[in-house]
Design a binder for this molecule. Sequence first.
Ligand code: COA
Length: 332
Amino acid sequence: MAVKILASGAYIPGIKVSNEELSKRVDTTDEWIRSHTGIGSRHFAEEGMQTSDLGLAAAKAALNRAGRSAEELDLIIVATATPDYFGFPSTACIIQDKLGAVNAAAFDVTAGCTGFIYCLDVATSMLEANKLGLAKRKTALVIGAETLSRITDWSDRGSCVLFGDGAAAFVMEQQEGSGSSVLHSWLRSKGSGAKSLYLSQPARTSTFERSGDYSKPPSIVMDGQSVYMFAVKAITDIIDALLQESGFKLGDFRWIVPHQANARIVQAAAKRFGIEEERMYLNIEEFANTSAASIPIAINEMAEKGLLKKGDLIMSMGFGAGLTYGGVIIRW
Ligand code: COA
């Protein structure tokens, strides 16, 4: 049996904000943002929309392309750092209900910008574990969805220019035959770096007394330089580990699809490994950093542009809050 990626779909929210437009609200310039990050614009969720709405639209697009109905889904996993509700219920359950996926288990994965990579491994493993048919899980929907604009600290120009909203989804299915789509994965974490990128409001530390300032909504707190250094090392470690464990050579990969955090981080890694720019897929200029949605948005865009041919080897890697990092090798 093999776990295949049947199709992808995305939802890009309609409010596009260029660097010039942002610089009317924030003390920044197009030149600074472009030269430091490669970002030219970002898309923000429409008024009233939540992460589940973006995820739902992406899910419908992917299911439509895969030719599968919501009732056929056995599993829904959502990677997000911006759930509709912090804690519970999971955004996956909200999407499960909105879709009418009455036969599906549903849960969220919290792994920051590495969330979709973690999900690909979890979904593949859960479907593969069903070889004996005990759990009867055959078809999974894996979604990366974010509304980072809702947790952005607009008074922090070092972080607020980096993020955007969006969602994308894969439909994955266990089928007869051999050769799964996700051939290898390598996942790691570095919790000692948690405070380099976190949400400003921790849980209360007192049972009956309120501690901390709960009057402000939670927002992103980031130490840009330490995240930058972590990201450069993470990409290097992921590429080294995936090559060593899989036996593939870098030249075997048609595409390298990194998490779209900062073009400079990715270009530094590409230079170090001698990866030609045309094999490294970057769309950060249009979408900025959409956290767990960035990798599936990129892969979906590549599929829509006809850049992915059957059999192409893709290496994708993520890194982000947690800190978490990891990569997958996909045979398209
Ligand atoms: N516009 C204009 N100037 C800005 C600015 C902005 N948006 N943000 C910061 N600056 C200024 C700073 O105030 C500072 O000015 P000063 O020298 O007068 O004090 C100067 O630019 C340099 O700031 P610094 O924070 O050292 O910039 P940097 O070169 O480290 O770049 C990041 C900042 C955020 C782009 C970079 O650290 C980064 O990309 N880090 C990784 C972030 C990331 O990817 N996070 C998500 C991970 S999934």
